[in-house]
Design a binder for this molecule. Structure first.
Ligand code: NAX
Ligand code: K
Length: 479
């Protein structure tokens, strides 16, 4: 499923109109879908709060339909006729022909459903003071709230709250989801999100939502006629005397993803991995941290792998070591996680490298302020590598194509989940998936499993190991 920004939506609208489908046809389709959703709620009295743009037009057309089909429905126009868009002016004319009642601001508390048609895709900058006051008033009315397209006050491109925002129980949008629908803090204002189709001219776009169908397409299937070499080798450079557990979680993630061989190399002694999972090929360098000169000792191990994971638990002491890995193993797929990210400051990377920062880790390698999907895509372009940005909504990008994963939740907010995720990504990469595909599959499996378990175990009780031990249930749904 494609995710569009406000410009792409406008372009789609224009292209559709250029094919010969009129704007009012699209508006009527939008209104009819909203009408059907509202009708099923059995309302007694509905009011639409209409702005002067086409968002107001959708809301007003809905009121006209409700009234025409016997439901009490009025409208409030926030502005003057003169200020209205052509589409909205037309809707006002039609509404008058249907005797729609336009009420004053003093009456808007008397309804059991409020339709928010103030501002949609046309929001520009921070909300005007008078609009903020109106939205605050609406938010304090106790009734069911429905937003047309996107709650007024939310930026369609980022999901930011531009001063204030209408708090909806249901948001009904058209044709495509927008970036603003799937990012925090907007998600807290959107309520139940419903997507309805319009006769839009369909095209290909560069941003998509991660869903089961996609993951099934990328998932590496296994053949009966195969051996361990069929599924690749991943070499993990992780851990330190300070963080011994991180390496264990990474290795377990890699092995349970289906990689043919998983080698774990730690500076410190973490022999316990053998007791937990004897199939892991384990090697300790018997020291506190990785250092540059260790490369000679482990060169053969790294050469034998197709994927290298480096970073979980290594600490800042190993920056030079990480740099050597990046510079000397250019033909390998490399996943740089956690403290390995310190090494990439001012470095040009490669297309076969993935970095996996969470918001707090961005400052390990750039002073740039990174928040929006545009900034992440730009960062990917500048660094010349793939990025998995681990925020509440995950963003996975190679700068050309971007995927959003919205399945995460508070069950992930625990130390160790990131280590496990790196292991899974490395494991799928070893099996032949590219780093984007591996990130998409791994985040999907981990988050979907966590989401299901959370219902039984609660988010508090969840641990990375609990999720890992159950990922087979999600994998079964994919193969
Ligand atoms: N293909 C499409 O794009 C379609 C769009 N439709 C509707 O049209 C909407 C877009 O319509 P428009 O482009 O006319 O724009 P909107 O109606 O979304 O926004 C314009 C309105 O917002 C107000 N506004 C903008 N910035 C503001 C600010 N900072 N503070 C206070 N008020 C502000 C303007 O004064 C005006 O009243 C969509 O959200 C959707 O509801 C539908 O009719 C169906 C088809
Ligand atoms: K709206």
């Amino acid at each position: 499923m494609y995710i569009l920004d406000s410009e792409e939506i406008k372009r789609t609208d224009l292209k559709t109109i250029q094919t010969g489908i009129k704007e009012e046809t699209l508006m009527e389709q939008a209104a009819f879908s909203i009408y059907q959703i509202i009708k099923d709620l059995n309302p007694k009295k509905v009011i639409a709060i209409c702005g002067t743009g086409n968002n107001g037009g959708d809301a007003l057309a809905t009121i006209r339909l409700l009234k025409n089909f016997g439901i009490k429905a009025d409208a409030y126009l926030n502005g003057t006729y003169e200020k209205c868009s052509l589409g909205m002016k037309k809707q006002i004319e039609i509404a008058k022909n249907y005797n729609v009642n336009f009420v004053g601001i003093e009456s808007i508390g008397d309804y059991d459903i409020i339709i928010d048609g103030l501002i949609g895709n046309g929001l520009k900058g921070e909300l005007r003071e008078d609009t903020k006051i109106l939205i605050d008033k609406l938010n304090n009315i106790n009734c069911k709230k429905i937003s047309v397209d996107i709650p007024s006050g939310i930026c369609s491109d980022t999901g930011e709250i531009m001063g204030d925002a209408f708090k909806a129980d249901i948001t009904i949008t058209f044709g495509y989801l927008k970036i603003g629908h799937i990012m925090y803090p907007a998600i807290d204002y959107i309520g139940n999100l419903k997507l309805v189709e319009l006769s839009f001219f369909k095209e290909r776009y560069t941003r998509k939502l991660v869903n089961e169908e996609q993951v099934k397409n990328f998932f590496p299937l296994r053949k009966e006629n195969s051996n361990k070499f069929t599924y690749g080798k991943v070499c993990i450079l992780a851990g330190s005397v300070q963080y011994p557990g991180a390496s264990v979680l990474t290795a377990l993630g890699a092995i349970k993803s289906g990689a043919g061989m998983v080698q774990l190399i730690t500076p410190n002694r973490t022999e316990s991995i053998i007791n937990i999972e004897p199939s892991v090929i384990y090697r300790s360098l018997d020291k506190d941290y990785f250092e540059k000169e260790d490369l000679e000792i482990i060169n053969k191990d790294l050469k034998a792998a197709n994927t290298i994971i480096i970073g979980p638990g290594i600490t800042k002491n190993s920056i030079e070591f990480v740099n050597e890995i990046i510079d000397n193993y250019t033909e390998k797929k490399i996943i740089l996680d956690a403290d390995a990210l310190y090494a990439i400051k001012n470095k040009k990377l490669r297309k076969n490298i993935l970095i996996t920062p969470h918001p707090g880790e961005i400052k390990k390698f750039t002073d740039q302020k990174i928040k929006t999907v545009y900034e992440i895509e730009e960062l990917s372009k500048n660094l010349n590598c793939n990025i998995l940005y681990k925020n509440s909504t995950n963003i996975i990008t190679d700068s050309q194509n971007t995927y959003f994963n919205v399945l995460g939740g508070s069950f992930l907010s625990k130390g160790g989940t990131g280590d496990l995720l790196s292991g899974l990504i490395g494991g799928f990469s070893a099996q032949g998936c590219n780093l984007m595909e591996s990130s998409i599959i791994s985040t999907y499996i981990l988050y979907k499993t966590g989401r299901k378990l959370q219902e039984e175990y609660t988010s508090n009780y969840m641990t990375p190991i609990l999720i890992l031990n159950n990922i087979y249930k999600t994998i079964k749904e994919l193969i």
